[in-house]
Design a protein around this ligand. Structure first.
Ligand code: FAD
Length: 429
């Protein structure tokens, strides 16, 4: 029996993928303990749709023009979509039910590894035995030894009822952190303040709500954004938002996906996207572990490498956002973040001469397989094909043959796509 823990976007995407491959799946999850709005881009909506999570999107997203106030400059950026997480999470469960996933609502207390599987202890229920375990409990998943952590960060989510108006969102850098704010047409208001745990000097729990209010009212942008209406039913929820990479994300009979495998800084607004990225490949990895155990090491290597690569890429993108803010270089919040995780560029320059061909794991016909791929500066895990054309043989031929000859035999469309890829890699015909 395959058991998934956690019904967030990652757990749901794995469950649906496994159902498509013909597996029966049991999913155990409790509900999130707080309401939140989260902002996503149109590509996240497409990825969610692609994963079959249609109900989750049905009435949980609202388009919103986002304002950005960063490094003393203010501008209106592209549209983001506001996801109402309680509705979204409800929709995820509806998608799971429709796909025939057995859903158990409840809290998991502990998971014990047995010789042949896992024993899952639940609150107020009999324990469950699983042959294969998918850990998708998000940031609440128990830590697996010492992983990699970014600067310790906490986000204080303030939520209240204001007066109805139009949907909007904004992000603002502050001397000791940054704030994301959103307003829904029905008057629900959110202000999320992200600060450095070590240096924020926050007051105790009893004073925190007042302290947040005072800080919010101190921001001209927030005053303008929310207006002067009274803040009815004001509530506070603190969430850790430290970037975390789990040291191991796959074994012979378990896998970690989503925030349980790695969680990114919310500044990038990419959390849901990232959690889906690691989840979408997981059903094929699981299928390989279960049906072709002789490829277990390859499958594990595939999952581990992709999770790590995603983590480093988004950590570096986050670092560059922080580095764009130049007004408070010596403030602990900014100082700690504009150099983490390292100094490597988020995107490496293309260099055709530096392309290498290596054997690497890829997803092929429902399994993890191994084949020749082209390793580029920007894609260290390699690229297998473009428009169905395997790139390693093309790159190999280009080393000794003229382009016309190396690309002969491709359809017009394939030729166009492969040429465009080659040019993007710095190829000079
Ligand atoms: P989750 O969505 O966290 O799902 C985990 C599930 O497991 C939940 O249903 C939970 O109830 C359940 N669970 C946990 N523990 C147990 C247990 N013991 N027993 C049973 N069930 C359990 N992402 C964006 O894309 N845009 C944003 O604007 C954004 N803002 C964010 C702001 C903050 C402050 C933070 C911390 C994160 C933000 N994110 C944002 C990230 C986003 O929330 C996550 O990346 C995403 O939800 C991860 O999906 P997941 O499926 O891995 O885990």
């Amino acid at each position: 029996m395959i058991v998934i823990l956690g019904a967030g976007p990652a757990g749901a995407a794995v469950a649906l993928g496994l159902r498509t491959l013909g597996y029966s799946v049991t999913l155990v999850s409790e509900w999130r303990r707080f309401a939140a709005l989260e902002g996503v881009s149109v590509r996240v909506l497409e990825a969610l749709r692609g994963a079959g999570l249609h109900q989750a999107l049905a009435d949980a997203t609202l388009p919103s023009q986002r304002q950005v106030a960063w490094n003393g400059q203010q501008h209106a950026q592209n549209v983001e979509f506001l996801v109402d997480r309680p509705r979204f999470d409800q929709g995820l469960r509806e998608d799971l039910r429709r796909a025939g996933v057995e859903l158990i609502e409840g809290r998991v207390l502990s998971v014990q590894a047995l010789a042949t599987g896992h024993r899952i202890e639940m609150e107020g229920r009999e324990a469950l035995l699983a042959d294969f375990l998918v850990e998708a409990r998000g940031r609440q998943a128990p830590a697996l030894g010492k992983g990699l952590r970014g600067p310790e960060t906490v986000s204080l989510l303030n939520r209240w009822q204001g007066t109805p108006g139009s949907t909007a969102s904004a992000v603002e850098s502050l001397e000791d952190g940054w704030a994301w704010m959103a307003r829904r047409a029905d008057g629900q208001c959110y202000w999320q303040w992200t600060v450095d745990v070590a240096s924020a000097q926050l007051p105790g729990k009893a004073q925190l709500l007042d302290y947040c209010r005072q800080r919010r009212h101190g921001s001209a942008l927030a005053r303008e954004f929310f207006g002067l209406a009274p803040e009815v039913d004001l509530q506070l929820h603190a969430r850790s938002s430290t970037a975390i990479l789990c040291p191991q994300v796959c074994g012979d009979n378990w896998i970690r996906v989503g925030d349980a495998a790695m969680a990114v800084d919310p500044l990038s607004g990419n959390g849901i996207f990232q959690s889906l990225s690691s989840a979408l490949q997981a059903p094929t990895v699981i299928n390989t572990l279960l049906r072709k155990p002789e490829r277990a090491a390859l499958a594990q290597r595939f999952h581990q490498a992709r999770v790590e690569q995603l983590f480093w890429r988004f950590a570096r993108i986050g670092r560059d956002f922080y580095a764009d803010e130049q007004r408070w270089l010596e403030q602990p919040f900014w100082k700690a973040r504009r150099h983490w995780p390292d100094a490597q560029p988020a995107h490496a320059e293309p260099d055709f001469q530096a392309l290498r061909i290596e054997r690497a794991p890829v997803l092929k016909d429902g399994y993890v397989d191994e084949t020749d791929v082209v390793i580029t500066a920007d894609q260290p895990l390699g690229i297998w094909h473009v428009q169905g054309v395997e790139l390693a043989p093309v790159v190999r031929r280009l080393q000794t043959e003229p382009a016309e000859q190396a690309l002969a035999g491709l359809t017009v469309e394939q030729g166009r796509m492969v040429r465009s890829w080659l040019l993007s890699q710095g190829f000079k015909p």
